[in-house]
Design a protein around this ligand. Structure first.
Ligand code: ADP
Ligand code: TYD
Length: 202
């Protein structure tokens, strides 16, 4: 029996990471084996690539290719084998993030990402993508309150406006797998909605 694949998306500071623990506990309480992972990263090689991606300046296409290199390894080592064993895989970001950041944010032609997506995982898409959506100002305030910012998080607000718009465009293009979560609300309100969305998938 094949497991389910859930991805967590949103601009930096939207609250994705906050909810992964909740979703893990929710599914474990319902008897599922859950593997939580992240991109870029999720494998030893992917984590090395993540370090370069988050801290070094590089050509836009190099950045996109390394994101997909990390993803290819993540699918081979973690996502596909776990789904085949019937486990549920949660990934903090996946290909929608490449569309949002490399195409929306940085302006890489969407067609190039569509080609990489078809090459790297033509037959594998998330069963559910939770898009944590907030206005930029809210995300920025949350980020500033918490941590040292990496290369992406130091981008200007118009960059994040374009990322958010591309996320919402992907959500409109693939409504069958996306749930857009209004993340301006309290954590408790968001988790109540997450519970309802997850029950449908169960
Ligand atoms: P992301 O993973 O999307 O970058 P985080 O989950 O790390 O975002 O959240 C960024 C910060 O905002 C954290 O300090 C977190 O506690 C806080 N936060 C997350 N969701 C909410 C919320 N709904 N209301 C208030 N603060 C939140
Ligand atoms: P993330 O793990 O959300 O950062 P943090 O641990 O600080 O919450 O993601 C790292 C960054 O990588 C994030 O700013 C978005 C970016 N990213 C891309 O630009 N393209 C991609 O394909 C992915 C997966 C992430």
């Amino acid at each position: 029996m094949q497991g389910k694949f859930i991805t967590f998306e949103g601009i930096d500071g939207a609250g994705k990471s906050t909810h992964i623990g909740f979703v893990t506990d929710f599914l474990v309480a319902r008897g599922k084996n859950v593997v939580a992972s992240r991109e870029p990263g999720g494998t030893p090689l992917g984590e090395k690539l993540r370090d370069h991606l988050l801290h070094e300046q590089m050509h836009l296409e190099t950045e996109a290719l390394l994101m997909f290199a990390s993803r290819r390894e993540h699918i081979a080592q973690v996502i596909a084998p776990n789904l085949a064993e019937g486990n549920w895989v949660l990934s903090d970001r996946f290909t929608d993030a490449s569309f949002a950041y490399q195409s929306g944010g940085r302006g890489l032609a969407r067609g190039k990402l569509e080609a990489l997506e078809a090459w790297v995982h033509h037959d594998l898409q998330p069963d559910l993508t939770l898009l944590f959506d907030v206005p930029l100002e809210v995300a920025r305030q949350r980020l500033n309150a918490t941590r040292t910012l990496d290369k992406f998080e130091r981008e200007q607000s118009d960059f994040f406006a374009r990322c958010r718009a591309e996320y919402l465009r992907r959500a409109a293009q693939f409504p069958e797998r996306f749930a857009v979560i209004d993340s301006t609300r309290s954590i408790a309100e968001i988790q109540a909605e997450l519970g309802q969305v997850l029950e449908k998938l169960l």
